[in-house]
Write a protein that binds this ligand. Sequence first.
Ligand code: ZN
Length: 120
Amino acid sequence: MKRLKIKKTKVHYNETLTPEQYRITQEGGTEMPFTGKYCNLFELGTYHCICCGTPLFSSYAKYDSGSGWPDFHEAITEGVIKYVDDFRSGQKQIEVKCNHCNAHLGHIFEDGTPPDYKRY
Ligand SMILES: [Zn+2]
């Protein structure tokens, strides 16, 4: 019965997300650098979780680090994001996930700008 429920959730996501969105958010994948539609978008606004709609980042915290992915200085509020140790690449990274629906958002790096050098 439990198994059936999980399957249903997967089907639901398959209907609402593109295959790439599904791969990234549900299976921890990564889009190719410089391909994301938000990479070079700097209009004012709020970035929401693509799976559950929770506001995650403000455009005020967005900046261009040249990494090829959208970068943010900080989350929009405390608690909307959770941090998980990720060893899949062979070395420890901090995975960033939506605290509401567990969708994979990316990783956090320590090569950002002052004051705290965090790059999301
Ligand atoms: Zn979410």
